[in-house]
Design a protein around this ligand. Sequence first.
Ligand code: NDP
Length: 457
Amino acid sequence: MAGYDYDLFVIGGGSGGVRAARLAAALGLKVGLAEESRMGGTCVIRGCIPKKLFVYASRFADEFELAPSFGWTLGPATFDWKTLVANKDMEISRLEGVYLKAVENAGGTVLYERAEFVDAHRLRTSRGRTITADTILIATGARPTRDLLGGTGVEHCCTSDEAFDWKELPRRLAIAGGGYIAVEFAHIFNELGVDTTLIFRKPKVLRGFDEDLRDALHESMGRRGIKVMPDRQIAEVSKKGKHLNIRTASGDEIAADKFMLAWGRTPNTEGLGLERAGIETAANGKVVVDEYSRTSVPNIYAVGDVTDRLALTPVAIHEATCFVKTAFGGEPTRPDHALVPTAVFSTPEIGTVGLAEARALELGHAVDVYKSTFRPLKQTLAQRGDRIMMKLVVEQNTDRVLGCHVFGDDASEMIQLAAVAMKMGATKKQFDSTIALHPSAAEELVTMRVKSYSKSL
Ligand code: NDP
């Protein structure tokens, strides 16, 4: 490795980049990392963490509504957006410092600069330095797609990035898209009292998720007052006085104070000089990698959302850990993308791991399906309409649980643990032989004795 400034140089200080830099530096390697914005990347600065803080804030609305059924008398509750944003900013700054220290304490160096490729071993930074490195890791992530996809008036639109720092809460919000971000932000702002409209191109949100989860979510969104507008494309966004007018291709007109584009993310590969290093990208701009996260150039790797795999923080961290083992640990390790649990933080939320019923059938499995829908105990006194939905998709010939899907409070917490069992190959019989923890919602996962139906293609 002699002759290079660094053994490893990482571009991007998000979850994947920081993990790789920290682990490699701890091995005694000379490690540098360039970050053009703030350490922590999407997850910490404008993604998972601030989003979850906003989710917590929004859920107080439900608690206040339930409180009288338990005997509480509350005064009028008021919400101050500026306080939430300021407190969120404090926590994000603290975490930013933790990410910086994680690299520095391990012996790595952080440069607050943009780095672009000159060739496969050389980078130029925005302050004009030239850096050489034996191995380079691209961990630049992705950003919200800021494109009206055929419509006009993109200059009037915003993305989730800005929503974290809005000066004030909008009165009316419209969101385009039906994925994780659209669904989560629609719930956050709806629960905070914003008149919220969700506009998407297909009949249902969350394509790829189990149909029962999607149906349960749709029923709940409508009941909670989110205005759901499926089967729509956006034609034009224009300014009408102080407000926005959103026109769909089918002729609807929606008035809003903010219009958020939440229909996918664009990899941060533009202007990185990938072509100068000979790094191959896919048509969608994402860096092409092999099963060890190696790009088309042998000394250059990529992890996280800049690649076309699962765009989830823990997956980026896992890919980074595998990369360090492969490149420096003498232990070639492929990231394992099987049975990754995931949650959508709607209210109530979705937690899911493994195969959706339709996907299991597509893959040729004959399945037994166990389903349960019930009212959570916490809501019985108030007689509210929220329901929990749980579903197990079980392979008939092996009894293995292929998919576990929950819609309801704390679904994310349940699914993390269900994923452990499923990773170990748990069968339905083993779920059933586990004593229930009573009274809990999760107990239903081990007490669904009666099969709802069987199916095969
Ligand atoms: P998603 O991939 O989840 O959803 C994209 C949405 O945009 C889909 O509803 C899709 O519709 C729609 N869309 C795409 N192209 C068009 C088009 N041309 N016209 C109309 N609609 C379109 O993306 P997000 O931006 O919501 O999130 C990005 C990723 O970030 C997620 O996939 C996830 O991996 C990660 N994430 C994870 C979170 C979590 O773990 N809780 C939270 C937030 C993000 P269609 O379904 O019809 O294709």
